[in-house]
Design a protein. Sequence first.
Length: 237
Amino acid sequence: MSAISKPVAFIIGYGSNVGTAIARKFKSEGFNVAVSARTLDEKKVKEEGYLGIQADFGDIASVRNAFDRLESELGPAAAIIYNAYSASNTTDDDPLANPYETFLTNVTVTGVTLYEVARRAKAGFEKLPPDTPRALIGTGNLQPWITFPFALGMSVGKRAMANIVEASAAAYGPRGYRFHFAHEVNGETGGPQVPPTGQAHADVFYRTWKQKEQGPWEVCFTETGALYDRAAGKVVS
């Protein structure tokens, strides 16, 4: 398979756990992989076989520049993973302790920036061959459904992310441009899985990218990679 014919995956929020696992998985499946983070050693990630794009996803100009560079060097991405977030935790009894600027950064990086990422993803999807699976997957959590007062900024951001994904899936999913909010829970309790399981994210995200139909915009899974019905509170596969 030539470098030009390989599909492209863009992993935004390349950290040591989830982001690293997802990048490794997509690379093993034959993708050209680009990774991005606010702090990134581009030389080191190049040695690992990735295109490194340092970017601040709280800055819209930086976001746009990252996509411009991605497309100029690798082409439009068939798989875009939004794993970036910002959290400045306070306490449950003082959720308003952070200054406005800190709160806004948390909300923007965690969720609002996904709006521009989704716009750029859709524009890139339109350039790909019609038989190529295309999906944007946001790394979610339970915050759209459960309020964590100590992490108010991140919580509002995740709710924004979920809203953007749900609306985009409904509008563009039938055209083959898929959008998903994928999040891990503990298989026994249905609560947060701490710490998150990198390999489960990698396996589920790749499996989700491969599917042909939009399906549910919410993809809930456990630490083993099994799908979980959040509403019913049980593992379903």
